[in-house]
Write a protein that binds this ligand. Sequence first.
Ligand code: FMN
Length: 192
Amino acid sequence: MDNPIIKFESWWQEALVDCPLRQKSAVCVSTIDKDGFPSGRFVDLKSANEKGFVFCTYFDSVKGKHIAHNSKTAMTIWWDHVGYQIRVVGTAEVITDVEADVFWQTRSRSAQLTTTAFDQSEPLVAEDDLKTRLQDVSTSFAEQPIPRPNNWGGYCIKPVSIEFLTFKESRLHLRELFKCKDNGWFKQLLQP
Ligand SMILES: Cc1cc2nc3c(=O)[nH]c(=O)nc-3n(C[C@H](O)[C@H](O)[C@H](O)COP(=O)(O)O)c2cc1C
């Protein structure tokens, strides 16, 4: 298959069948801080298509600040049950408000409440403060729809390269690297 986006979609679907993972769409997104240090954390992959790979978060989180300063990002996945590793390198762009609203509406009410209650990546004085904040937000929005916070939305990682590794017990892993060139994809096999 010479289109890495179609290949990604196919691998993702395959990984979701009888998936033993509790967090089935967790992927590691890495960003770069002002000193050039990389920083990785897991997020939920919301969608993947020819436009890129979308995850949702707070714009003023640590990762959001990193992206505002340097949009170069990476996304790494290991699906042990199928033996697939995927590495995406690209640039992150903020998705539109309309797109963010669609993702917001897919969230459960409890997820909307927790998202609204917290200032992600900010210091926490005591663990009990989480419950207090959540209670306050629940009371404020009792029996009302919860609007998407202005500081919450999504990023789309536009890929410049995507590598697929098929793990082999023999260690003869198959590595297929796709690089974006002249609006097309150039495929190269790599030694394991
Ligand atoms: C399985 C899993 C899924 C997660 N999904 C998200 C997510 O979709 N969005 C998000 O902002 N944080 C998510 N988190 C929390 C992040 O890993 C991270 O703690 C948080 O985004 C703060 O990162 P930052 O301080 O580097 O910005 C998830 C954590 C785990 C373990």
